[in-house]
Design a protein. Structure first.
Length: 284
């Protein structure tokens, strides 16, 4: 089982180059970067984790810029969006960004996607909250066409474009893995429909620990005709607990991701060092 690290990069956090180097040196497999274009001052949708929205959500930097910087200073570290809000992004431009970062990183990009929770944020992008899931599916389908065909064309309910040519194409074939974030069962269903992996949070209001739902997810995969190896599970919310990590590993979880505060190196590096010890213990 692999372990990734995530951070909301801000102007008061470690830089992506600092954290990426530190993760790679300590045996982490991946760096994950979230996305919010902005946070409206109105709030129709409750924060999924409960309570007030943390300041870092207002301050987070662009994920593709951050991962591009990280790509330039690493050799093996995988680079993921956690998650890219595809329901409020243009699919043609996003497809080019994905292919471009996959090129500059030498095929190390992981396309973590999600449909979002903030109704007000989506509305500012012209996205209707009620239809965001159908919209996101079409945008994924359209991007797959762009990445895999020299003359791409897509016609759907929300996404429409006539034949066009756009490069670069991704290094990874047919395209970078699309890892679908979202709670059980709906996020799991979307992952099985158009994803190359499922990425739930450890806990949500709907469940105490997603680990208890993994048998049902595997049943759903079989019913959908999906090989379990084609939809690996990445769980967010890893804790510094060797027993829990070993439980996930033994239960077939592909990766867990630990979220670090938007802090400076003097506070984050000691935490990374403790995780490096756990990574070595898991591998022994």
């Amino acid at each position: 089982m692999r372990i990734g690290g995530a951070m909301f990069f801000t102007d008061y956090s470690m830089s992506p180059t600092e954290l990426a180097r530190a993760l790679e040196e300590r045996g982490f497999d991946s760096l994950w970067v979230p996305e919010h274009s902005h946070i409206p001052l109105t709030r129709k949708s409750p924060f999924p984790s409960g309570g007030d929205l943390p300041k870092k959500y207002y301050d987070v930097m662009d994920p593709f810029v951050m991962l591009g910087a990280a790509a330039a200073v690493t050799r093996t570290l995988l680079l993921g969006t956690g998650i890219c809000l595809i329901a409020q992004r243009d699919p043609i431009q996003t497809a080019k960004q994905v292919a471009s970062i996959d090129q500059v990183s030498g095929g190390r990009f992981l396309f973590g996607v999600g449909n979002g929770w903030n109704e007000d944020e989506m509305a500012n992008h012209g996205t209707a909250f009620a239809s965001r899931h159908r919209l996101a599916r079409e945008r994924v389908e359209a991007m797959k066409v762009i990445w895999t065909r020299s003359k791409a064309e897509y016609h759907g309910e929300f996404v429409n474009f006539d034949p066009m040519m756009t490069w670069p194409k991704p290094v990874q074939k047919p395209h970078p893995p699309i890892i679908v974030g979202g709670a059980f069962p709906y996020g799991a269903r979307r992952a099985l429909r158009y994803g190359d992996g499922w990425m739930p949070h450890r806990t949500r209001s709907q469940y105490a620990d997603v680990q208890a739902l993994l048998p049902k997810f595997r049943e759903m995969a079989t019913e959908a005709g999906r090989d379990l190896a084609s939809v690996p599970i990445t769980i967010w919310g890893a804790r510094e607990n060797l027993d829990l990590l070993e439980r996930d590993r033994d239960d077939g979880v592909s990766r867990v991701v630990v979220s670090f505060d938007s802090g400076k190196a003097d506070t984050i590096l000691p935490e990374l060092d403790r995780w490096a010890t756990l990574i070595r213990q898991l591998g022994s």
